[in-house]
Design a protein around this ligand. Structure first.
Ligand code: G4P
Length: 280
């Protein structure tokens, strides 16, 4: 279920994350590896303030591996701790605890010096809807406990999941809103399934996708839709794909809604291979 974000929802989500924040030592900020910037919450820095954070580029299996390594380089160059993971298969998750231990080591050392026995690191996961929070929590817990849903405001007692010997994870994630005031970010969020299809016009999302593919994944676009050359005119490109895929109305006219839907499904279903939509 995707939520419509209104100012009231945002304020409530923010309050909930701030409350949970008090309980933890470190935050795992879950991002979509295909859109590592567009899937970030614009206000997270302000919400978490100085709390240590690890960025996790999830769904790395669906992202362009060359771009993922460039994003990892970029973020680590900014003195940020970052990992690429695939919560569905569990790839990369073994590094999460180790990295958290490294980051918190100075704090733990200070505690030890004061004679305080170190306890398990407490962590929480935050991220926008559909980025894979429940999948990750379930993976780490080894069982099905996190509620797969995006409803903010479902309050229940906080419970901790043991992750290895040295970490405890809040069993409910912090749900944050995506930034979709920017048109292009909105299209990317729709393409990766972070916002409901009904929020944006599907033909607009498809036009954005085709233009993006033409600029960044030309060969994949040509191969998928059997194109020798990519027509400059977007309607001609739609016509070609519509005809190729049998999206016709009675009378032989191209059904543009159906064509748009097919293009978006192809991209989401990785029919054009792994793709990354945030460029650098
Ligand atoms: P959320 O709690 O942040 O809202 O996200 P959730 O875990 O529900 O995951 C959203 C969708 O993303 C799910 O697919 C989930 O399987 C998929 N997903 C999560 N992590 C990964 C990953 O690393 N790689 C890939 N390829 N997919 C991932 P769904 O289609 O909504 O549900 P389902 O078909 O898995 O049941």
């Amino acid at each position: 279920m995707a939520i419509q974000w209104f100012p009231g929802h945002m304020a409530k989500a923010r309050r909930e994350v701030s409350e949970k924040l008090k309980l933890v030592d470190i935050i795992f900020e879950l991002l979509d590896a295909r859109i590592p910037v567009s899937s970030a919450n614009p206000m997270l820095d302000e919400i978490i303030q100085q709390k240590p954070r690890i960025k996790l580029l999830n769904k790395a299996d669906m992202a362009d591996p060359i771009m993922t390594s460039r994003w990892l380089d970029k973020f680590s160059g900014e003195n940020t701790s970052v990992l690429a993971i695939d919560a569905q298969s569990g790839k990369g998750l073994d590094k999460m605890v180790k990295l958290a231990e490294q980051i918190l080591q100075p704090k733990w050392e200070r505690k030890r010096a004061k004679g305080i026995k170190p306890r398990a690191i407490r962590a929480m996961i935050v991220g926008i809807p559909n980025v894979g929070k429940s999948t990750l929590i379930n993976r780490l817990a080894g069982k099905n406990i996190a509620k797969t849903g995006n409803t903010p405001g479902v309050t229940k007692a906080q419970a901790w999941i043991k992750v290895g010997k040295s970490m405890e994870l809040l069993d409910t994630p912090g749900i944050l809103w995506p930034k979709f005031e920017d048109e292009e970010v909105g299209y990317k969020l729709a393409l990766t399934g972070a916002i409901k299809d009904t929020i944006l016009n599907l033909q607009d999302v498809a036009v954005f996708s085709l233009r993006f593919l033409e600029a960044h994944y030309t060969e994949a676009l040509k191969a998928r839709y059997k194109l020798d050359e990519i027509p400059e005119d977007i309607v001609a490109l739609f016509d070609h794909i519509g005809r190729l895929r049998g999206c016709l109305r009675a009378g032989g006219e191209i059904d543009y809604d159906k064509t748009a839907d097919i293009i978006i499904r192809d991209i989401r279903g990785q029919k054009l291979g792994p793709l990354t939509f945030d460029t650098l």
